[in-house]
Each structure stands twice: as C-alpha cells, then as structure tokens.
Design a protein around this ligand. Structure first.
Ligand code: 5RP
Length: 220
C-alpha cells in the first residue's frame, strides 16, 4: 500500500470515534484532510466541528459542516489529527503544517485525542523530524539562541507565517529522550508561543496504518 492509501485507511477508521449528535475537533495536514473528506459523508450525524486552522475551517465549511468557535464550546468529546512523529507513550511531534498552536489548544479541550498516522510515523525516539516552535517575531533571535543552548539547531521556516501571525523555527538535532521535560523547558522561553511537542497532553489512541491493516495503539 502507498503512504496515501495508509493515510486514507486511518482517516476512515477514525470515523468510529466520532460520536453521533456531537462535535468533533479536526486537525490539520494531509491526513486530517482525508479525514475531513470522510467526515463529509457522515456530516448529517454530527452537530458540527471545531477547526485547528483556517485551512481546516475552509475545508469543513466546503463540505457543509458547521464550524464552531472554540470559545462557544464547553464539551468536545474527541479531537482527530495527524502527527509528524509518535512514540509508544503516545507523545508526538506536530506542526509540520505550522498549525501546532491551534492544534494544541483544541486538543486541550478535547476529552479524547485520536492520532491518525501511517506506519512510518511511529518512532522509538522523537526528534528525527525537526521540532517546530511557534515564536513571536520580535523574539526570533532570542529563542534561536536559547534553543541552540539546549543542543538544537533552529532554522527559520522561510516565507511562512502562522494563522496567528507568528514565525516557525524548525529545530534539528534533538534526541528527545524526555519529551515532557523538554516541552516544559521550551515553553518557558520568553517569546515561545507553543512547542510542537505534544507530550503533556499526549494522544489517547493512535490509529496506525500498516500494510496488515489499521492497528489501534494506546500508551504502554
Ligand atoms: C500540522 C500537523 C500535522 O498533523 C502533521 O504535520 C502531519 O501532517 P500529515 O498528515 O500531512 O503527515 O501537525 O500542523
């Protein structure tokens, strides 16, 4: 199976986690886009969605799905999103698409985080994928120095501005042995809006696309 077919399979499998008559939180990226396509087919069964980016909002609305402002929402049963890497503890690197801050906010409200990935995203140690950090523009140089101090090599994502008007630093060279600790440390740097490590709020379930079918993983 191709990577796209594996993504397609997990996107469809995620429909099982969507509760009838309820809201669903929707992530960003190519796998989330396939999930939106699948969600469009059962849109009459849900009350609406919460989007993690402007792109996702546009796509949901194009499918006739009502999109709610997160501030209007008190209960979000499930959030469904892809990841750039995930480990056995369900810690993730996210933000390859630059939507990490809104993704983290929607995930924080959701009762259940379902991560949908093809098999290549499951890794023993996070960090081969450059860690995205969203930064207030005036803090770019300061945050770059601080990330270098902790052993990373930050590179400014060229020509990219987030939905929140900020910049992304992609940090290479990190072997992330303690994701919760590193997420906390990076969050403490002045000027960091959010860090692409999703460890304090990990996924609850991972639907992993493999050539043998969709595997359902939970934390070890
Ligand atoms: C966007 C994300 C995506 O979930 C992540 O980049 C994975 O994307 P894809 O499904 O295209 O592989 O975090 O900010």
């Amino acid at each position: 199976m191709t990577q796209d077919e594996l993504k397609q399979a997990v996107a469809r499998a995620a429909l099982d986690y969507v509760l009838e008559g309820q809201l669903v939180g929707v992530g960003t990226g190519s796998t989330a886009r396939l999930f939106i396509e699948a969600l469009g087919e059962i849109k009459h069964k849900i009350s609406g969605a919460v989007a993690s980016s402007e792109d996702t909002k546009t796509r949901l609305e194009r499918h006739g799905i009502k999109v709610f402002d997160l501030n209007e929402v008190t209960d979000l049963p499930v959030y469904i999103d892809g990841a750039d890497e995930i480990n056995a503890e369900m810690h993730m690197i996210k933000g390859g698409g630059g939507a990490l801050t809104r993704e983290k906010i929607v995930a924080a409200v959701a009762r259940k985080f379902v991560c949908i990935v093809d098999g290549s995203k499951l890794v023993p140690v996070l960090g081969s994928f450059p860690l995205p950090i969203e930064v207030i523009p005036m803090a770019r140089a300061l945050v770059t120095r601080e990330l270098t101090r902790i052993g990373g090599t930050p590179v400014l994502r060229q020509g990219f501005v987030t939905d929140n008007g900020n910049l992304i630093l992609d940090v290479r060279g990190l072997q992330i042995v303690d994701p919760v600790d590193l997420e906390t440390r990076i969050n403490q740097i002045a000027g960091v809006v959010s860090c692409g490590l999703f460890a304090s709020r990990a996924a609850d379930v991972c639907l992993l696309g493999t050539s043998d079918g969709v595997r359902t993983l939970t934390a070890d």
